[in-house]
Design a protein. Structure first.
Length: 184
């Protein structure tokens, strides 16, 4: 085994190197520093455990309260379900009648003006298929979210139809202005 120069020096001068020991002051400073860090770590750890216990206690109380509220909600479910279905059916029939009347107006514009694109209602058809899917999902079980999505879908269809009617009216007004200016 080969020893390098440093190892040889340490081995040959071991007695001279070993007689150097740190003073007692150094050991006291190290000890004081260790005592402070241990107590700080203990205090932080103790604080974290207390905080975790408070959070756990709060979560358990909240879950128990939520469970009781859920039981009360389930008990009232059938009454709410019936009432919500009646209200939703009224809203649905109102929106559907508005949609049908607006679609009839658009079809009249298109039939009176053959140059207008007949694909105006394609976007409405896409929303209609989405609506039918939502309605099929809602039959599986009462869901307020699905009913809300259905109402939003109906409102979107009415908005689209209103915009299409506005555009068609502007086109027809422009045509009438052109015809009036040509005849004069």
């Amino acid at each position: 085994m080969k020893m390098d120069k440093l190892e040889k020096y340490i081995v040959s001068n071991k007695e001279q190197i070993d007689d150097k020991r740190p003073s007692e002051k150094v050991w006291h400073k190290i000890n004081d520093h260790l005592d402070k860090s241990d107590s700080t770590n203990f205090q932080i750890g103790n604080y974290l455990w207390r905080a975790a216990a408070v959070i756990l206690f709060t979560a358990v109380i909240w879950l128990l309260y939520d469970r009781n509220a859920m039981d009360e909600t389930i008990a009232d479910y059938s009454e709410i379900h019936d009432t919500n279905n009646i209200v939703f059916n009224d809203v649905e029939s109102h929106y559907i009648s508005m949609i049908e009347s607006k679609q009839e107006l658009i079809l009249q514009y298109v039939s009176n003006n053959p140059e207008i694109d007949k694909n105006l209602l394609s976007e409405i058809d896409q929303l209609d298929s989405t609506y039918n899917e939502l309605k099929a999902n809602n039959k599986e079980g009462y869901s307020e979210r699905i009913m809300d999505a259905m109402v939003v879908n109906l409102q979107m269809r009415i908005d689209i139809l209103n915009r299409q009617l506005d555009v068609l009216e502007k086109i027809i007004n422009i045509k009438e202005d052109e015809t009036t200016s040509i005849s004069i």
